[in-house]
Ligand binder design. Sequence first.
Ligand code: SF4
Ligand code: SF4
Length: 107
Amino acid sequence: MKPWRKPFDHQDKTFSSPNIYINRERCKGCGYCVEFCPQKALSMSSEFNSKGYNPAIASNEQDCMACGYCEAICPEFAIKIVSSISSEDTATSKLKDKDKHKEKITN
Ligand code: SF4
Ligand code: SF4
């Protein structure tokens, strides 16, 4: 399935290898996260958890851009994304760049 939308600021985000943590015992195998991941970083495992579901797995973790869709959409709160650089950091550095630019103009 082609993603129908991407996060509006995904071009502005920079990350150093986010980590995807999936609690396989919480997962009920609905597949929402796999369906909606814009980077196709997730897939369904062929193994079963103790409840008899096929849990999601991070099969292409290196492609994750830490958009947080999977975290937000998971009905079981089974996914956690940990990224060392947030979009806020990027936004803050952009504001600093703007300030520097203003200083150059006024000087
Ligand atoms: S954070 Fe975004 S890119 Fe990463 S696995 Fe979740 S939905 Fe995919
Ligand atoms: S959305 Fe949550 S419950 Fe559904 S497959 Fe993904 S991790 Fe499992």
